[in-house]
Design a binder for this molecule. Structure first.
Ligand code: 5CA
Ligand code: ZN
Length: 409
C-alpha cells in the first residue's frame, strides 16, 4: 500500500560514518557493514488507535538509522508492515461497533499524517498483513511439509524445536519466555501443543471473524510472526542488516520470526542486528493502547505543537533508554527549537564544520541523539554569546540538523 511522502534529505559535505549499533542477539555493539544498499525491516503499527509518543520514539530511532546510512552515500531499502488484521484490532472494532477494515484504514491514514509531519522517511514498501496473505500461505505450507509445523484442531503451529538457533535473539530462558509469551499474544497454556512456546502460523476461521482462503491450510488468517517474515523475505531476503522494533518485540515476535525464516531458508541469521528501542511511559507505566495511558502525536499537532518540537523531544532521549513522557519534556524541546531557530536565522555564525562531524560521530555511536543535540546546543550558545563571521555556517547547521536528525529549522 501507499506509504507517505518523503521529505528531502539534504546532502552534506564530506562523508558519514559507519553505524555501530547495539544488537540484542549478541548483547553488544556491532559495526554494520551494509552493501551499497542497506536493508532494514521495521515492524509497523497495529492500526486500532492513533500513533502515540512510544510509537513515534521507536520510528524515530529507525529513521536515524536510515539517515546515518544515507549520509554514507548508501541507498536504503526500508520495509515496514501494517498489522491490519489481528486480535486487538478486531476486538477494538467490535467494542466500538465499527467495521474493522474502516478502523484500520482510518488509523493507518492518521499514522501516515503523523509520520509525514515528523519527517520520518517512508519505507520503500509499506505492506499490510491482509495483502501479504497470498505470500504467507505457501510459507506455512512449506513449514508444515518440512515437519516444522503441526495442526491442532485446525490451527497450524510452528514447532520452535525445529530451529536449532531458537532463543538466540532474546537470549531468554524457558521460564521467562513462557511468561512473555502469555503476555504478548501467545497461548502457552493451550492443551495439545508440542511445546508451550510454539506460536500460531495459521488460525482456522472463527465464527464471526474475517477469514481468507488458505489453500491446503483451509480458511483462516495468518499468525503475527509469519506476517512480518513473509514480507521481509519477499522484499529483503535473508541476512538483511537490521530488524527493528520496540523492546517489547524482542520476544516473542522477533525471536519467532527469525526462527520461521531460518527454518524456511536453512540460513542463519535472518538479520545481522536485532535493534530494539526502549519503552516510553506515561505516569509511570509503559504507554500502551491496551492500557489507554496515551499522548497522541495527532493530538499535540492539533493543539498547535510544532512537529519539529515533538521530534526534538524524542531525540532528547537515547533510543535504548526507557523514559517517561512529561509536559516538561515537551517544554524543553519547544525552548530548544526556539534557540536553534534563532541561531540559524542570522546571516553568519561560528564555523560549523566541527559540528557536522560531531553530529555524525554521535549518531554513528549507537545513535546517540542526545549527544548530537548537545553539540548543536553548544554551537547555538556560541552563536548567541559571540556570533561568528562564517557566512555559510547557519545554512550548514540547518542542513545538517535536517539531514541527520530530521528536524526542519
Ligand atoms: N504491529 C506490531 C508489530 S508487527 C506492533 O507491535 N504494533 S504496535 O502498534 O503495537 O507497535 C508498533 C511499534 O511501536 C512496535 O515497534 C512497538 O514495539 C512500538 N511501541 C509500542 N508501544 C511503545 C512504547 N510505549 N514505547 C516505545 N515503543 C513502543
Ligand atoms: Zn512485526
Amino acid at each position: 500500500m501507499y506509504a507517505w511522502p518523503a521529505s528531502e534529505v539534504p546532502v552534506l559535505p564530506g562523508k558519514g560514518r559507519d553505524l555501530r549499533i547495539h544488537d540484542t542477539a549478541t548483547g553488544g555493539l556491532v559495526t554494520l557493514d551494509p552493501g551499497p544498499v542497506a536493508r532494514i525491516y521495521v515492524c509497523g503499527i497495529t492500526p486500532y488507535d492513533a500513533t502515540h509518543m512510544g510509537h513515534a520514539a521507536t520510528y524515530n530511532a529507525f529513521d536515524l538509522v536510515q539517515r546515518v546510512w544515507l549520509d554514507t552515500k548508501r541507498q536504503v531499502h526500508y520495509v515496514q508492515n501494517v498489522t491490519d488484521v489481528d486480535d486487538p484490532l478486531l476486538e477494538r472494532a467490535e467494542r466500538d461497533g465499527i467495521d474493522w477494515v474502516a478502523l484500520a484504514e482510518k488509523e493507518t491514514a492518521l499514522f501516515r499524517e503523523d509520520m509525514t509531519a515528523l519527517r520520518m522517511l517512508p519505507p520503500r514498501e509499506y505492506i499490510g498483513a491482509v495483502e501479504a496473505i497470498p505470500g504467507i500461505v505457501p510459507l506455512v505450507e512449506r513449514l508444515r511439509d518440512a515437519g516444522a509445523a503441526y495442526e491442532l484442531e485446525g490451527d497450524i503451529y510452528f514447532s520452535v524445536e525445529s530451529d536449532p538457533h531458537f532463543g538466540k535473539v532474546s537470549g531468554l530462558d524457558a521460564a521467562a519466555m513462557r511468561l512473555l509469551s502469555a503476555e504478548r499474544g501467545g497461548d502457552p497454556d493451550r492443551p495439545g501443543k508440542k511445546n508451550p512456546l510454539d506460536p500460531m502460523l495459521w488460525m482456522a476461521a472463527r465464527e464471526g471473524e474475517p477469514s481468507w482462503d488458505g489453500g491446503s491450510l483451509g480458511r483462516g488468517r495468518p499468525g503475527w510472526h509469519i506476517e512480518c517474515v513473509a514480507i521481509a523475505l519477499d522484499h529483503l531476503g535473508m541476512g538483511f542488516d537490521v530488524q527493528g522494533g520496540g523492546s517489547d518485540l524482542a520476544f516473542p515476535h522477533h525471536e519467532m520470526g527469525a526462527s520461521h525464516a531460518q527454518v524456511l531458508t536453512g540460513e542463519f541469521p535472518m538479520a545481522r542486528a536485532y535493534v530494539h528501542a526502549g519503552m516510553v511511559a506515561l505516569h509511570g507505566e509503559k504507554m500502551s493502547k491496551s492500557k489507554g495511558n496515551l499522548v497522541f502525536v495527532s493530538r499535540l499537532r492539533q493543539d498547535g505543537v510544532d512537529p519539529a518540537a515533538i521530534r526534538l523531544a524524542l531525540l532528547a532521549h537515547h533510543y535504548r533508554a526507557d523514559w517517561e513522557w512529561t509536559d516538561q519534556v515537551l517544554e524543553d524541546a519547544v525552548a530548544r527549537l526556539g534557540r536553534w531557530r534563532a541561531a540559524v536565522s542570522r546571516p553568519d555564525g561560528p564555523s560549523a564544520e566541527a559540528l557536522v562531524e560531531e553530529i555524525r560521530e554521535a549518531l554513528a555511536d549507537d545513535l546517540d541523539a542526545p549527544a548530537a543535540l548537545a553539540a548543536v546546543d553548544r554551537w547555538a550558545a556560541l552563536q548567541q554569546e559571540q556570533g561568528g563571521t562564517d557566512e555559510g555556517a547557519p545554512g550548514v547547521v540547518s542542513r545538517a540538523v535536517d539531514a541527520l536528525l530530521g528536524v526542519a529549522l
